[in-house]
Ligand binder design. Structure first.
Ligand code: TMP
Length: 213
């Protein structure tokens, strides 16, 4: 039984965590199998240790290439220990970020060459790709205000500044435009319920078709 793989993407404060929780509850009521949630960087014990290296400390701590390597190491562990076994079991897997984050933050914005990003993906992914990617799009000025990370030490990427995050937003929208069959772009400036309802409206027919096949 094949599962269904959903990734969430978006800038800081786009509300991914809340929307993933709401979506997982809804999917649980309509899908035949389990729902497995994970996140990147992180998801497994080892990958969470790598996450701490990436999201804390000075923004100059790593250059973009090193970041891409660490993100890929984290992704590989998450993929092999959580994502792949869950998909093989027929679960819906929802991940808070996946390879598009590396394409955007380290590639399109950070300057790592596309052929290196492609090579890293080929190395780590075992040909697994999300069936659907939900991009929560928000103006970074609003997103950075909403983000509550001041409560913890995970501020390394936020510290990169508004211009960086504007470039991240644009890169995501460009990526979505070049992959229209996989991406669903959602206006994340609205309230939680409006965003959730919009996600369900767009995802429900796709999920039903996947379940019927
Ligand atoms: P989070 O805010 O979704 O927990 O993600 C932590 C940060 O890591 C976020 O600012 C984006 C960044 N990131 C990358 O730069 N590249 C990646 O491949 C991933 C997965 C995350």
């Amino acid at each position: 039984m094949a599962g269904f793989f959903i990734s969430f993407e978006g800038g800081e404060g786009s509300g991914k965590t809340t929307q993933i929780k709401l979506l997982a509850n809804w999917i649980q009521s309509v899908w035949r199998g389990k729902v497995t949630q994970t996140r990147e960087p992180g998801g497994t014990h080892g990958a969470e240790l790598i996450r701490q290296l990436l999201v804390t400390g000075d923004k100059e701590r790593w250059d973009s290439v090193t970041e891409a390597l660490l993100m890929t190491a984290s992704r590989r562990d998450n993929l092999m220990r959580i994502i792949k076994p869950a998909l093989d079991d027929g679960d819906v897997v929802i991940t808070d970020r996946f390879f598009d984050s590396t394409s955007v933050y380290q590639g399109l914005v950070g300057g790592v060459a596309p052929e290196i990003i492609t090579a890293l993906n080929t190395l780590c992914l075992d040909h697994i790709s999300p069936d659907i990617t939900i991009l929560l799009d928000i103006d970074p000025e609003l997103g950075l205000k909403r983000s509550n990370r001041v409560e913890n030490a995970e501020t390394r990427f936020e510290d990169m500044g508004l211009e960086f995050h504007q470039r991240v937003r644009k890169a995501y929208l460009d990526l979505a435009q070049s992959n229209p069959d996989r991406f669903i772009v959602i206006d994340a400036s609205r309230n939680e319920k409006a965003i959730h309802d919009d996600i369900i409206a767009q995802l429900e027919p796709i999920l039903k078709a996947a379940q019927a096949s």
